[in-house]
Design a protein around this ligand. Structure first.
Ligand SMILES: [Zn+2]
Length: 240
C-alpha cells in the first residue's frame, strides 16, 4: 500500500467515524435534583442543611449558599446558623428576592443551598424549575443539586410562602419534627408564636420584622392561635 492509499484510508475512516458519531443520540445532561428540608422551628432543618453542605465540601463540590436578608437573628448574619450552634463555614449570599439567586449564580457551581426559603417570593419556584432543566440553565451546566430548607407552616399552622410548591416539585423531601415544649410529645410540630406571654392573634402579620415575639415548637394539640377560624371549625364540626 503506497503513501497515497494510506492517506486516503485515514481520510475515509475519519469521515466514517464522524458520520457514525453524529448519528448517535446526544448524551442527555445529568438531571438536577431538588431536595427540600421542612418542618417547624427547632426541628433541625438548618442543621441538616449545614450537614449536607459539609458533605458536599468534603466531596470537593462547589457550593453556593443563599438565605433571605430578613433572617438577621444571629450574630453571623452571613452564615447559615442552626439553633444548636452549628454554623456553615462558608458565607451565604443574602438575597432579597428569588431573582437575586440567579444573578449571583456562578457557572461552575455544583450545589445550591438555600435557607429560610419561606421568606422568598413565589418566583423562587420558577427559578428552581428553570435550574432543574439543565438545557435551559446553560449558564450553570455543572449544577447537580438544589437543597432548600424552610418552614413549611407559619405561626397559624398554615402553608408558608412558596414552600408548598417547592415541596410539590421536589425529588426528595425531609419533614422534620421538634419536641413539643408543653407536653413533650415527639411528633408533628408547629411553630408557636408568643407575644407578651400570650399566643399570637391569627390576624397578626405572618412575618413580623423587629417585633418582640418569641417562638416555640408545639404539637398540634398544644398549638394555640387566638381567634383562629380553625378553632371555630373544631367547635362547630362544620366546614363551609
Ligand atoms: Zn404538645
Amino acid at each position: 500500500m503506497n503513501t497515497f492509499n494510506i492517506a486516503s484510508s485515514i481520510v475515509y475512516f475519519t469521515i466514517l467515524l464522524s458520520v457514525t458519531l453524529a448519528a448517535l443520540p446526544a448524551q442527555p445532561l445529568a438531571a438536577v435534583e431538588l431536595e427540600v428540608i421542612c418542618g417547624s422551628m427547632y426541628s433541625g432543618k438548618s442543621d441538616l442543611l449545614i450537614s449536607r453542605i459539609q458533605r458536599a465540601q468534603i466531596a470537593k463540590k462547589k457550593v453556593q449558599l443563599f438565605k433571605h436578608a430578613l433572617d438577621n437573628r444571629y450574630h453571623d448574619v452571613d452564615k447559615i446558623n442552626a439553633h444548636n450552634g452549628n454554623t456553615s463555614s462558608e458565607n451565604a449570599i443574602l438575597v432579597r428576592n428569588a431573582n437575586d439567586i440567579l444573578s449571583h449564580l456562578h457557572n461552575d457551581t455544583d450545589i445550591i443551598a438555600i435557607d429560610e426559603a419561606q421568606f422568598l417570593d413565589p418566583k423562587v419556584v420558577q427559578v428552581c424549575q428553570h435550574l432543574l432543566h439543565p438545557s435551559k440553565a446553560s449558564h450553570c451546566r455543572r449544577l447537580s443539586k438544589i437543597i432548600i430548607a424552610g418552614l413549611d407552616l407559619d405561626f397559624r399552622g398554615e402553608p408558608f410562602g412558596p414552600m408548598p410548591q417547592l415541596l410539590a416539585i421536589a425529588h426528595k423531601v425531609h419533614k422534620l419534627h421538634a419536641i413539643c415544649v408543653v407536653c413533650g410529645r415527639d411528633d408533628f410540630t408547629v411553630t408557636q408564636r408568643i407575644v407578651n406571654g400570650q399566643p399570637a392573634n391569627y390576624h397578626d402579620e405572618i412575618i413580623m420584622v423587629g417585633a418582640k415575639e418569641t417562638y416555640e415548637a408545639r404539637c398540634r394539640q398544644c398549638h394555640d392561635v387566638l381567634h383562629s377560624p380553625h378553632e371555630y371549625y373544631l367547635h362547630t364540626e362544620k366546614i363551609e
